[in-house]
Write a protein that binds this ligand. Structure first.
Ligand SMILES: Cc1cc2nc3c(=O)[nH]c(=O)nc-3n(C[C@H](O)[C@H](O)[C@H](O)COP(=O)(O)OP(=O)(O)OC[C@H]3O[C@@H](n4cnc5c(N)ncnc54)[C@H](O)[C@@H]3O)c2cc1C
Length: 413
């Protein structure tokens, strides 16, 4: 069948790959090189132990203090508040304890299956060299702060029987000597792997997709041609393309195309920045999240990538790099050997629904449209699994999990 996949991030490229693997004639549409959108600049963690919902009461309680701290992990650009309000209200409602628990279970159902999909992609695309099986660390200087900040997560890890270790200072410094001796304790998420270059990972999948006869067409999709309850084609800047099936996987930009297809979704950007910092001899071996600092430092390619928390603003608002730049002295305190030089700066748009679950599955009312977007902080983790699930649905196979929590016409809170 002629399959058109809209969006060449890790999610769309994975969908295209799984479809090509089953013999479909696949065209991947993206106006920019696949893998160079939000999928370019993440921290590279295959976060298969992430089962805490994004919306939860503890975060709501902490939000005012975080907003008042100019170096904190959460920012809201006030000018954008009116347009963000519907999303924020749903987010608050999604934090109801009972609902948050259901969302945690629906997240676990995905992350718990993510590794198997990565393993297949890694084996068939020859990407094993890009993986670092180290797990990652959440470190704190203050024991009480550590206990408070990790209590919910440890409870969830225990509930889902996911492995982790608590490390005291000596063990921690032996494992990660790049850290300051001021650190006191760490949560070590031992099952997570890290991709050493997220861009190389998506490029590797694209390369194999092309080897299987799929192609990337450098153009933007802006509409569909309908034929009854199906889409017969996709309208692009390069003209109309015929399709037997269409996958919408354009990250945060899926919102406009979903509305165009007749089902508006409350998709917004949880914006996040990165800075690439010169190592200056700092030999960081694990991604490290500073609990007091509120950001992550990850070894990526030959530098250290500082990735920030969340900035809420419209996807098209200009970047404000003053925020990540202010964090560099704190990064150097955590990793004393780190150089202060900023090699590059970047802004990415985590595509997020208010309940923190992606939209994954068949579209409402359009027989041959499939959806894979809204993967929030976990798009790298869940990209290949999303591709596997879409390929299962296209083939009429049981994807092995209940997809109703990820439906495009759910309540989102
Ligand atoms: C700072 C930061 C750190 C992160 N760290 C991690 C991490 O460690 N682990 C993890 O799992 N996740 C992480 N994430 C999240 C992850 O990066 C995202 O969830 C993921 O990249 C989303 O992938 P995507 O394919 O949906 O979107 P994108 O990568 O944004 O891809 C969407 C593509 O669609 C294209 N497009 C848009 N409109 C159209 C159109 N009309 N027609 C055709 N193409 C179109 C765009 O050009 C783009 O290439 C992080 C994110 C950020 C910002």
């Amino acid at each position: 069948m002629k399959a058109i996949v809209i969006g060449g991030g890790i999610v769309g490229t994975s969908c295209a790959w799984f479809l090509a693997r089953e013999g479909h004639e696949v065209t991947l549409l993206d106006p920019r090189e696949p893998g160079t959108g939000t999928s370019f600049g993440n921290a590279g963690i295959l976060s298969v132990e992430s089962c805490l919902p994004l919306a939860r009461l503890s975060l709501l309680r902490a939000a005012p203090a975080m907003l008042l701290d100019p170096e904190g992990p959460f920012r809201l650009r006030l000018r954008h508040l009116p347009t963000l309000l519907p999303w924020l209200l749903r987010y608050v409602l999604a934090a109801r304890p009972k609902r948050a628990r259901q969302i945690g279970e629906a997240l676990f159902a995905l992350v718990g299956r993510a590794d198997a999909a990565h393993d297949l992609v890694i084996a068939e695309c020859g990407l094993a060299g890009l993986l670092r099986p180290t797990g990652w660390l959440k470190v704190a200087r203050d024991a009480r702060r550590f206990a408070a900040a990790t209590a919910e997560e440890r409870e969830a890890l225990d509930r889902f029987a996911l492995p982790y270790r608590i490390l005291e200072r000596e063990e921690l410094l032996a494992l990660e000597p790049a850290l300051t001796p001021e650190v006191r304790r760490a949560l070590w998420l031992t099952a997570d792997r890290q991709v050493t270059s997220p861009l190389a990972y998506t490029r590797g999948i694209l390369r194999d997709l092309e080897a299987r006869g799929g192609r990337w067409l450098q153009t933007r999709a802006h509409g569909f041609r309908r034929a009854g309850d199906r889409f017969a084609g996709v309208v692009t800047e390069a003209g109309e393309l015929e399709a037997d099936l269409v996958v919408l996987a354009a990250g945060v930009f899926s919102r406009g195309l979903a509305a165009e297809a007749g089902f508006p979704v409350p998709l917004e950007a949880e914006r996040g920045y990165h800075l690439m910092l010169d190592r200056n001899g700092c030999r960081l071996a694990h991604p490290v999240y500073g609990i007091e600092e509120g950001f992550l430092l990850a070894p990526i390619e030959n530098r250290i990538r500082l990735t920030t928390g969340v900035e809420l603003a419209s996807p098209t608002a200009p970047p404000d790099y003053s925020w990540p730049r202010r964090l560099v002295p704190k990064a150097r305190r955590l990793l004393p050997e780190l150089g202060g030089g900023i090699a590059s700066e970047w802004l990415g748009l985590r595509p997020s629904l208010p309940d923190g679950l992606p939209v994954l599955g068949r579209a409402p009312r359009i027989e041959n449209l499939y959806l894979a977007f809204g993967h929030q902080h976990l798009g790298l983790t869940l990209g290949p699994l999303s591709g596997r699930i879409i390929a299962d649905l296209v083939a009429g196979r049981d994807p092995g999990l209940d997809l109703s929590p990820y439906a495009a016409d759910r309540r989102f809170f």
